[in-house]
Design a protein around this ligand. Structure first.
Ligand SMILES: N[C@@H](CCC(=O)N[C@@H](CS)C(=O)NCC(=O)O)C(=O)O
Length: 211
């Protein structure tokens, strides 16, 4: 597919890690984007206009020409498939492709119900079980840290969508009271992602403690 003539538009919130993973990947691919802030505090994501874009009433949503897509991981797959002809970010080789998918499932599972949920409680006051979220985060990072001891990135020696999907909520886990201090391999991996050409950070919030 050739790129559409209209610029890609990303409906997002500046403190949403799901939005940030898409923003980060667009930047790593050097794709120009028009960012549209959605006022989640005022419920703009539940307006009829926004629900027409995503019936689940959540950011991020991507518009690319005639294509409208919701769900951060689905958007990452779309962008890699459409705009990365090298296949570097989403390998076509069956085992590597499956391993990337495995990490996308982790991003939609324990990353979301662990560190992301703990941060929702601490930063936005969302009524979720913070202690349970921290237990899930600890379980996740107890697996991830030794896994990264012998690898530069999650799948192979170059970054893939797996790294993009897990970066944002891991880098911001301390905002939810999940310290990264015990996890040296994870911190080294975060630094490798932050050194990639085109890396863009997500804004930090006040609740973060030193990791
Ligand atoms: N599975 C979705 C989750 C997106 C999500 O949880 N978005 C949050 C912000 S991080 C949201 O829009 N929350 C507002 C709401 O649910 O009303 C994805 O990966 O994009």
């Amino acid at each position: 597919m050739t790129p559409s003539l209209r610029p890609i538009r990303l409906y997002r919130h500046a403190l949403s890690g799901h939005s940030h993973r898409v923003e980060l990947f667009l930047s790593l691919l050097k794709l120009p984007v028009e960012l549209v802030d959605v006022d989640l505090a005022r419920g703009e994501q539940k307006s009829p206009e926004f629900l027409a874009r995503n019936p689940f009433g959540q950011v991020p949503v991507l518009e690319d020409g005639e294509v409208t897509l919701a769900d951060s991981n689905a958007i990452l797959v779309y962008l890699a498939t459409r705009y990365d002809p090298s296949g570097r970010w989403l390998p076509r080789e069956p085992v590597a492709a499956a391993r990337v998918q495995q990490w996308l499932s982790v991003a939609a599972g324990p990353l979301s119900s662990g560190p992301a949920a703990a941060r929702l409680v601490a930063v936005f006051g969302t009524k979720l079980d913070a202690e349970r979220a921290k237990v899930i985060a600890t379980q996740l990072y107890s697996v991830l840290d030794p896994y990264l001891a012998t690898r530069s990135f999650l799948v192979g020696e170059t970054p893939t969508l797996a790294d993009v999907a897990l970066y944002s909520y891991t880098a911001h886990a301390p905002e939810g009271g999940v310290s990264l201090e015990p996890y040296g391999n994870i911190r080294a991996w975060l630094a490798r992602i932050e050194a990639l050409p085109g890396f863009v950070p997500m804004r930090r919030t006040q609740t973060a403690f030193a990791a």
